[in-house]
Write a protein that binds this ligand. Structure first.
Ligand SMILES: Nc1nc2c(c(=O)[nH]1)N[C@H]1C(S)=C(S)[C@@H](COP(=O)(O)OP(=O)(O)OC[C@H]3O[C@@H](n4cnc5c(=O)[nH]c(N)nc54)[C@H](O)[C@@H]3O)O[C@H]1N2
Ligand SMILES: Nc1nc2c(c(=O)[nH]1)N[C@H]1C(S)=C(S)[C@@H](COP(=O)(O)OP(=O)(O)OC[C@H]3O[C@@H](n4cnc5c(=O)[nH]c(N)nc54)[C@H](O)[C@@H]3O)O[C@H]1N2
Ligand code: SF4
Ligand SMILES: [Mo]
Length: 720
């Protein structure tokens, strides 16, 4: 008999899932350096054991043979592995060459979404982007939450003063254009949001969803109302109109530091429920009932997310949601829309948005889209690459971004990428975007690095703090994002010898301190004192609970006069554009409008190389209403051609009355099966890209944010 080999002991690690804003606590078991189990950390004070299927897929990401662990350069059609030294040299020469030949602005930089989920990248990517001294700085902000930042900046004085719904204490949650049951919550770190939503109903409260699709969240809600895509601004104005005309205004605790009530009353006066009903698809009585419900429920809150920010009236809609909460007495009070007090406060010092954040200091060269916080809207990137003249973009750096699949009119952008003189991607996958790069610098991935959530502690429905050391060892010689970025900052620093010596000195110091050292210093200045000192966090692997959100105004306001601007000038100036929507002629008879969706097992464009997340029925299907399907001869499972102004794709259809008539719904982040993409599993489940249909010329004119929702499309049966 062969004696059984003694099993080596299992190790348990506690960490934070870096994939989405819920930032769930995870418990990872390893044996002999291999992940054997990932589950929810029941002792995490925020997530209480909750995880979704993506956390388990962190094992697949860690082990993925397609993930790059060494830099590569493209030689003809082939990728060749190179040393870090050669890769950094090539990158520095490539960037400097473009800027020397064509000027600083000829280099563009794009920071993608996972940047904010990495402590190291958060500490270095904004500085890196700034250090390139180009006006062509871009990020995923402008295909996402930019309108929410503007609403916060204009009314409260800082782009990160975004109020979050106090879910655990509210009795009425009105949701516009968000599907937290699937997205796990956004601009609202609320892990286990479904349980929290059910708790609202269990205590006798209501959850009301306003969405062009009867979503997974709507199925759990007390009520759901269909709304025509892109018309929330009208509905919100009409709700305000009801609140003013029925004398339901109640300012509550903010009454003493608020300006603009009369201007708001005037602005919403023309938008009666009866006038907006046809355009929005909401019966006038429904609008009145919603307004009354919000105004007369003691603990209530209106909340909006992607569906209201990525549309033509994104900034106005985000502003109006805040305004509704304010005039009904629900701002900065329990159960309403509240602000956090994070242990590391991004409102202090420079932070991600360089102090208070600015807007409109310059415009994009070709279309004149406005700058925000030093960045231009990514909807302008393709035309900036294609249009000749001084300042034409000829080089690109991407960090954790896949704009070919995530920016509007991705196909146009893709075409422009292939003409660049130099393109370096800081990324660990060869995907639809990075396959066009000349050099790829792959950083470590989620479980291989230390984590503290700078951004999502700032947007959480409860104040908590959590430090998680890396769970897994990185490959030998691997580099973290921050190490790549800090080296590039140093190597690219310009100016005289003194400046360069200074940059070198700073870089040496940073390398000595590391990310831990920087965090330690930030925590040392925290308002929570010893409770969140680095050592204390190290001794609390599940995280530290700092309590429910509390009232923080007016102290926390960052407006110059320390007052809330209820009716900011830039918002008021945009109202006529909204009014014009009421006069817009109806769409062509055969035209439908497109909206997006997310899937529990998707993570934007980039976790599709995990078999467990993509197996089963193809989820990249177009949901179409039975009437619209019938009139086109489409049945469930048929293939349809979908055509917009900019392009066309073919997808399977799913016939369902969960979408309103006239609306079709397709997820984004698909379309992986392209030549040269090195994602074996993702390619086999490729799907088509939603953003081959969306239009780079359709933006929210005020913010410049992409207007994905409401893209006009024609849908036809594909003949066998
Ligand atoms: N599983 C999963 N989770 C994710 C992500 C993912 O890819 N997959 N991505 C993460 C990211 S980066 C983000 S930003 C968040 C987003 O988080 P959410 O905003 O909750 O995400 P969505 O599921 O896209 O929800 C948007 C909703 O808006 C609706 N909608 C579309 N147009 C309109 C409109 O004009 N008006 C109204 N009222 N509604 C409209 C859509 O039907 C959809 O239900 O999710 C995050 N979480
Ligand atoms: N039509 C439509 N388009 C959308 C949306 C929509 O709802 N509808 N949603 C938008 C939203 S909310 C967002 S946030 C954007 C996302 O848009 P992007 O940020 O451009 O794209 P992602 O799909 O998040 O791709 C992330 C990339 O980062 C890489 N990556 C992952 N982790 C790391 C890391 O730690 N370091 C580095 N250096 N790289 C890493 C991945 O390999 C991948 O290439 O998409 C937007 N696009
Ligand atoms: S909801 Fe899922 S993806 Fe998001 S943090 Fe939690 S486990 Fe990770
Ligand atoms: Mo996002």
């Amino acid at each position: 008999m062969v004696p059984a080999r003694a099993a080596s002991p299992a190790n348990q690690h506690f960490a934070t899932c870096p994939l989405c804003e819920a930032a769930c606590g995870i418990a990872v078991t390893t044996r002999d350096g291999v992940i054997t189990d990932i589950r929810g950390d029941t002792d995490d004070p925020a997530s209480r054991g909750h995880i979704c299927p993506k956390a388990v897929a962190l094992k697949d990401l860690h082990e993925d043979p397609d993930r790059l662990r060494q830099p590569v350069k493209r030689v003809g059609g082939e990728w060749v592995q190179i040393s870090w030294r050669e890769a950094i040299d090539l990158t520095v020469r490539g960037i400097q060459g473009v800027q020397r030949r064509h000027g600083s602005d000829a280099l563009a930089v794009y920071l993608g979404n996972p940047t904010v989920h990495s402590l190291g990248a958060m500490l270095f990517a904004p500085a890196f982007s700034k250090s390139l001294r180009t006006k062509n700085r871009y990020s995923a902000t402008s295909v996402d939450q930019l309108p929410h930042h503007l609403a916060a900046l204009f009314s409260f004085g800082h782009p990160l003063l975004i109020p979050v719904p106090d879910l655990d204490h509210t009795d009425c949650w009105i949701i516009f254009g968000a599907n937290p049951a699937v997205s796990n919550g956004s601009l609202m770190t609320a892990p286990d949001v479904v349980k929290r939503l059910k708790a609202i109903r269990a205590r006798g409260g209501e959850v009301i969803v306003i969405d062009p699709r009867r979503t997974e969240t709507a199925e759990l809600a007390s009520a759901h109302h269909f709304i025509r895509p892109g018309t929330d601004g009208l509905a919100l104005m009409a709700m305000l109109n009801v609140i003013f005309t029925e004398n339901l205004v109640k300012l509550g605790r903010v009454a003493d530091f608020i300006d603009g009530l009369d201007a708001l009353r005037e602005a919403c006066a023309p938008f009666t429920p009866a006038r907006v009903s046809a355009a929005t698809g909401l019966p006038a009585d429904t609008i009145r009932a919603l307004a009354r419900k919000l105004a007369t429920t003691e603990r209530a809150v209106a909340y909006g997310r992607i569906g209201v920010s990525t549309q033509e009236f994104g900034a106005l809609s985000c502003w109006l949601i805040n305004a509704l909460n304010i005039v009904t007495g629900h701002l900065d009070v329990p159960g309403g829309a509240m602000f956090t007090l994070p242990a590391v406060d991004l409102l202090r010092g420079g932070g991600m948005y360089g102090g208070s954040g600015r807007f409109g200091r310059w415009k994009s060269r070709v279309r004149g889209l406005p700058e925000f916080a030093g960045e231009l809207p990514v909807a302008a990137l393709a035309e900036e690459m294609e249009t000749p003249g001084e300042g034409q973009v000829r080089g690109l750096v991407t960090h954790a971004g896949n704009p070919v699949l995530s920016a509007p009119n991705g196909a146009r952008l893709e075409g422009a990428l292939s003409n660049l003189e130099f393109f370096v991607a800081i990324d660990f996958y060869i995907n639809a975007t990075t396959r066009h790069a000349h050099v790829i610098l792959p950083p470590t991935a989620g479980l291989e690095r230390d984590h503290y959530d700078l951004v999502f502690h700032t947007l959480a429905i409860r104040n908590t703090a959590k430090w998680s050391p890396a769970v897994m060892a990185a490959a030998p010689g691997a580099r973290h994002d921050w190490q790549i970025l800090s080296e590039l900052i140093m190597r690219l620093s310009r100016g005289g010898p003194l400046t360069r010596v200074k940059a070198w000195g700073v870089s040496m110091l940073v390398n000595l301190l590391g990310v831990r050292g920087m965090l330690k210093r930030a925590l040392a200045g925290s308002r929570y004192g010893a409770q969140v000192a680095f050592d204390a966090l190290q001794g609390a692997p599940h995280g530290v609970d700092l309590g429910a959100l509390t009232s923080v105004l007016p102290q926390r306001l960052r407006t110059a006069n320390k007052r809330i601007a209820l009716a900011p000038d830039l918002m008021l100036a945009d109202v006529p554009r909204l009014a014009a929507l009421l006069e817009r002629p109806a769409a062509g008879a055969d035209e439908l409008v497109l909206i997006g969706r997310r899937d529990l097992r998707s993570n934007n464009s980039w976790m599709a190389n995990s078999e467990r997340l993509v197996r089963g029925k193809q989820r990249c299907a177009l949901i179409i209403h039975p009437d619209d399907a019938a009139s086109r001869g489409l049945v469930d499972g048929a293939m349809a051609r979908v055509q917009s102004r900019v392009g066309g794709i073919e997808v399977e259809v799913a016939v369902s009355d969960a979408v309103m008539a006239g609306v079709v719904c397709l997820p984004h982040g698909w379309g992986h099966d392209r030549e040269g993409v090195r994602l074996r599993i993702a390619r086999a489940h490729g799907g088509a890209s939603h953003n081959d249909l969306t239009d780079d010329q359709r933006v929210d004119a005020l913010s410049g944010n992409a207007a994905f929702s409401g893209t006009a499309v024609r849908v036809q049966l594909v003949a066998e």
